[in-house]
Design a binder for this molecule. Structure first.
Ligand SMILES: [Zn+2]
Length: 83
């Protein structure tokens, strides 16, 4: 199985990760529009996120948490959440 190194820089923390991926799976994802989780099942989810959205795993959880907090705040403001 041939693998290639893909280098991605997180747009939020500017950290570059080298991700080793299956060359054929990577090609199928890029060129054939195969879902990344089907094309590259062996790549950890955090790295798949980096390939997809350009944010590393750590930054992605921070962003997700911030979004959740925003969402809860909106619910509270509308009186839909009583805590
Ligand atoms: Zn990051």
């Amino acid at each position: 199985m041939a693998t290639i190194q893909v280098s991605r820089t997180c747009f939020r923390c500017n950290q570059t990760s080298e991700i080793e991926v299956d060359a054929e799976g990577y090609r199928r994802w890029r060129e054939e529009g195969v879902f990344i989780q089907d094309a590259l099942p062996e790549v950890p989810a955090g790295y798949r996120e980096l390939l997809l959205s350009g944010t590393c795993d750590a930054c992605f959880s921070i962003i997700r948490k911030a979004r959740l907090q925003d969402y809860e705040r909106t619910l509270k403001e509308r009186g839909l959440l009583d805590t």
